[in-house]
Design a protein. Sequence first.
Length: 711
Amino acid sequence: MKPKERRSRVIIENVQPQVDCGRYAVKRIVGDRIRVTATIYSDGHDHVAAKLLYRRTSEHAWRTTPFLERGNDVWEAEFTADAIGPWVYSVQAWVDHFGTWVHDLHKRIDAQTPPPSPAELPGGAEQNEGGTTVDGNTVALEDLKAPAKLSNGAAKSRPANDITLALQTGAILLDQASARARATSAQTLKGAASSLRYMAEKNADFYEFPLSSDIILLALQYPDLNFASTYSKELPLWVDRERARFSTWYEFFPRSCGHNGEHGTLRDAMALLPDVAAMGFDVVYFPPIHPIGTAFRKGKNNSIIAEPDDVGSPWAIGNRDGGHKAILHELGTFADFEQLIGEAQRLNMEIALDIAFQCAPDHPWVREHPNWFKIRPDGSIQYAENPPKKYQDIYPINFESDDWRALWKELCSVFLFWIEKGVRIFRVDNPHTKALPFWEWCIAEIRQTHPEVIFLAEAFTRPHVMYGLAKAGYTQSYTYFSWRTQKHELTEYMQEITTPPVSDFFRPNLWPNTPDILVEFLQEGGRAAFQQRVILAATLSASYGIYGPAYELCEHVPAKPGSEEYMDSEKYQLRTWDRSDPISIAPLITLLNRVRSTHPALQRNDSLHFHGISNDFLIAYSKRSGDDVILTIVNLDPHQTQIGWTDLQLMELGMPLAGEYEAHDLLTGETYLWQGSYNYVSLNPEKMPAHILLLHPKHLSEHTAAESTED
């Protein structure tokens, strides 16, 4: 330990937020207020002070803001993240000698004996303009304070009292502060020091507090940091753009957008974009659009034998036409893709591409870099399998390859290639089957020049692996939501992923279905189940998505009993979707997205709060942003009407503890007059399986409530 550090008396502990002791970055959104807390203390009774240090990593100088003590040695400070990209922050604290002096001087002055009143003067003294009358004689006030006389007639000076000495100490502290201050401030502090010395020389019996609050605040701006303690780490922070927090995804296969059963093109997909935008989606996600392998191509319903007209799986990437940097020729050209990107931007939408790092046997990489794959003892390349399942049409990449540097560089270049084509959002297929150190390096490499890029991890795997991917840099993550159907499951899981420490690095994106996932609940629950799950996804999380046409039209038939694969899966064949079918729940989805876009409470996760309700088939939760208070109640039973009584925490909702308030249903337009915590609820899933209630005190006018609904 350095000699200076031995005299640094302040201890800094438990700085929050931080992820894995500062190993990974905390995540926030541009414009967020970053709240930092720390335990800060020292020995003895001296006061301590602290400041938060923060800066963008591209800045050399620290920005600072003071900490405020919240009690029991816990301190708090905030700063605003005003730009996307990497930041760091830390804590500096010191013994506040001047603050301690101010506090002690107040106590000394408060403990003084006040000057005597006229009635208390000796011998019935009276005070007049000339002095004080004692026993009929006028005596100057100064004489009452004159030094005592020694026996030989010499004067004896009175010793300095505690306050006089304290004033001299304060003058020294102000002189020191002035030496650290800028020119004008230095002069002001120097003058204040001189004033304290003048007062000390008077050696009075009674003092008023000598310094104004302005002088005190000025002096505190120039503390002595010679022995300050600085937290041992600069903690990393990553700041994303707003769409990383609030996004609404719609997935469809461009190749199924054709007419009369023909193979669809990017231009056909572009023609569908206005309809998707009108439904309120802002991200359109395409499965891989690359050339599809011909070797070992899969047929309809994952058949191992393909017919001549079978189109294969888009995730079996690569053939003689190219690999991850090429477009399937049936879909169109790069000029078509450029027009598609432009149309999406015109509609205030973004195109998200699927990046799947795996290869068909006829991918160019297989021929050019066979050492990027696992070689079996017979010299053949290992195909993907999950015994007893075999996927001969896909070769997984070997991240333990001796040529790993070239492999990593090439994989990273795939992202950069599509970024140059205008893509800023990527959904990454099965990232948990690729090396996590690669993702940490690759995402950081891309963010050096493109901090605006968003990465969604499609990883349905063990929790620690999912969290590890988020820590490594993934912006958003798929979740277990698809399989959480009961009240306690939803409550526990959503509380886990929307509160610290998990929410400091993990952002959920809830999907009730995907081309790979048709859960049992949707297979058996009918149209009401599809309505219920999309309402839950859209209101529990600020980001959600659907595998669009299949979800709109309540596609629910599995490939076989017990399977989560779709019958006639679009992964292996072209599909024609009749989006005008009366069974479609597109109107409900459109309404949901309109509600989300007009109510800030639903655009964040940090205010999610679950409320009691007296039926395990009913779940109640709220979100709040200022005066925008949304209470959602969902019937988890897709077959029967469920009734119950709410048990609301009115303080969380900002509603009056006594008196009435209005609950306006944003799904049906009905308004209920509620009072207190306990209110009756009945939800028939055949009519509408949920309430999305805008709450406001009854004194707000009906006109205000109507405006809130229409906006």
